[in-house]
Design a protein around this ligand. Structure first.
Ligand code: F6R
Length: 585
């Protein structure tokens, strides 16, 4: 991944570019650069290292038009010369993607006497633009992209034209509409707070952006129109906000994810209600954490609407010949909206005639494009690979959706918002994290909704701390897993359902009597009274409606995972072997 941005308008382009690059830094941070026009002259500045290294080079620049790039190296080591923009004569370009045929193109350009200074694939684009330029950058871009194989989001400028030319194929690029100013960027967060509306370039589109207008063309330069959307990106700082890790910062944003998701829901209430009007069955699909949210969505819809429901992982659903018809709603849940298995599951559901509802934090992703309706998760950008606030946003969105499906009045979420804040601020589980860090295995146990949170807690802990374990229904313990329990294991119970509490307490006793360590997250008074004298790790959660308790117990298990990872010296933001968005099968 790399992040790219462009701006032209009445403000100082260098400031907008710098701030935009800071916001895009999570897409890559090994080097950055900018190109701008000042007094009709094209200048390029670039630097290896984090975006802040660019500041001294940009701080005195006054310009009304510029482009920028923050890099995650694919071809060529991180260095000043390999940084973008790449320049050829009077043209500069930034690129996100991979030019697969660059070696062949480079050979031809070298035989035409073009001199290469970098080891990147992207430099060929600069020279091709130069070669194809005969007084019109738009036409040069059209000719150039015809020669490229691979993926690209490109933004280019030229010293003799007061406009920015862009092109997209398989790498994201959005346009932002201002007044007397316009923007381009890899994603919405880069434009948060800057413009009210955006549109998304589609594969093959070429765009011409000046301060006064944005024009979009297809590959033949025939004008095309693209839908204009409100810019939903929450105006937020993508910095660490004085936290040592994004995981902690994003955990602290859990309450806002609930609150903003409730607000955003109002915008789709009517459309969703119409689409769900004759639904008599529901399937909830997602992968990883999103699948665990699907488990909760299933329970909500069953309990509130009393219709048959299923929860499936995307990878299973798409190959199991699902029984679906036009009265089935399929809820495809995904933070990124790009997860291949979830997107393919949604496509399969569409082909079988189902009503497909995307539940996503990414408002202009593939999933949003194919679904009949989108239930927005308004968690804001999530940088940490491990999902935290997007999960609670998904749970809030599913709670509201299931209530709508049942034509039932949901609880207002402002009360649980306060309780989330309290849990984030006050729940102190440092001592338990130390114990989990030394454990051979950590088991998460619960029943019903508590079980759904237990599997999420287990995934989170494994993912960021690498401590093995499992999420399990506490009633199932005695049917096999109990054999694993000894003094080197910790069993973490979630007990937030008053009706099932005594059954779960029995399971706590079963573990204790086999010498296993136990910990309990609960908001049931009699559980606290009974267990407090028996185990040092009883953590009290605020009382709330049982259906909303997953929002609070999720914070508890996320905190435990985070603190265990930190205790073990892991980087919770970038767990080994993983990536944030899994676009392969
Ligand atoms: C775990 C985690 C993953 C994702 C999964 C699906 O913390 O983040 O399990 O939930 O890869 O990703 P999305 O939600 O983008 O479809």
């Amino acid at each position: 991944m790399c992040g790219i941005i462009g701006y032209t308008g009445r403000r100082n382009a260098s400031e907008i570019i710098y701030q935009g690059l800071k916001r895009l830094e999570y897409r890559g941070y090994d080097s950055s650069g900018a190109a701008y026009l000042a007094d009709g002259k094209l200048s390029v500045v670039k630097k290896e290292g984090k975006v802040e290294k660019l500041l001294p080079l940009l701080k005195d620049v006054k310009s009304s038009l510029g482009i920028g790039h923050t890099r995650w190296a694919t071809h060529g080591v991180p260095s000043d010369t390999n940084s973008h923009p790449h320049r050829s004569g009077n043209i500069a370009v930034v690129h996100n993607g991979i030019i697969e045929n660059y070696a062949e193109l480079k050979g031809k350009l070298i035989s035409d006497n073009y001199k290469f200074v970098s080891d990147t694939d992207s430099e060929v684009v600069a020279h091709l633009l130069n070669k194809n330029y005969s007084g019109n950058l738009l036409e040069a871009m059209q000719k150039t992209v015809k020669m490229l194989k691979g993926s690209y989001a490109l933004i280019a400028i030229c010293d003799s034209e007061n406009r920015i030319i862009a092109a997209r194929y398989k790498s994201p690029l959005i346009l932002g509409y201002g007044s007397g100013e316009n923007y381009l960027a890899s994603d919405e967060p880069a434009l948060a707070g800057l413009c009210e509306t955006i549109s998304i370039l589609q594969d093959g589109d070429i765009a011409e952006v000046s301060s006064e207008s944005i024009k979009i063309y297809d590959e033949n330069l025939t004008p095309v129109s693209r839908e204009v959307f409100p810019n939903l990106a929450v105006c937020c700082d993508l910095g660490l906000d004085n936290c040592p890790h994004y995981m902690l910062k994003e955990l602290r944003e859990v309450p806002d994810s609930v609150r903003f998701t409730e607000r955003a829901f109002e915008g789709i209430r009517q459309k969703l209600s119409a689409i769900l009007s004759d639904v008599n069955r529901a399937v909830f699909v997602g992968c990883g954490t999103a699948y665990h949210a699907a488990m909760i969505g299933k329970r909500y819809a069953e309990s509130f609407a009393r219709i048959p429901c299923e929860a499936e992982t995307g990878g299973e659903f798409r190959y199991k010949q699902p029984v679906i018809d036009g009265r089935t709603a399929v809820f495809a849940i995904s933070q990124s909206g790009e997860t291949a298995d979830t997107v393919e599951a949604a496509r399969l559901a569409l082909s079988l005639g189902a009503k497909v509802v995307a539940v996503t934090n990414s408002h202009h992703s593939e999933l949003t494009r194919i679904a009949h309706v989108v239930v927005p998760v308004a968690a804001g950008p999530e940088i940490c690979v491990a999902a935290t606030k997007s999960y609670t946003g998904q749970v809030a969105a599913l709670y509201l959706t299931a209530n709508l499906l049942a034509k039932r009045q949901p609880e207002k979420l402002d009360k649980v918002y306060d309780l989330c804040k309290k849990t984030v601020a006050e729940l102190n589980i440092g001592s338990l994290a130390q114990v989990c860090a030394k454990a051979r295995g950590v088991y998460f146990l619960g029943r019903d909704l508590d079980y759904a949170v237990a599997v999420e807690g287990s995934l989170k802990l494994k993912e960021v701390s690498y401590v093995p374990g499992e999420g399990y229904p506490s009633g199932e313990l005695k049917h096999g897993t109990l054999a694993l329990i000894d003094e080197e294991t910790v069993s973490v119970f979630i007990i937030c359902d008053d009706l099932l509490a005594d059954k779960s307490v029995n399971a706590v006793e079963q573990v204790r009597s086999r010498g296993g360590k136990t910990a309990v997250f609960t908001n049931v008074d009699r559980v606290i009274e009974k267990l407090r004298s028996e185990t040092p790790y009883v953590f009290e959660l605020p009382r709330c409606d049982k259906y909303l308790s997953p929002l609070l117990s999720a914070i508890a298990v996320q905190k435990l995972a985070y603190q265990t990872a930190v205790a073990l010296g892991r980087d919770p933001d970038k767990p080994r072997n993983l990536a944030k968005s899994v676009t392969v099968e």
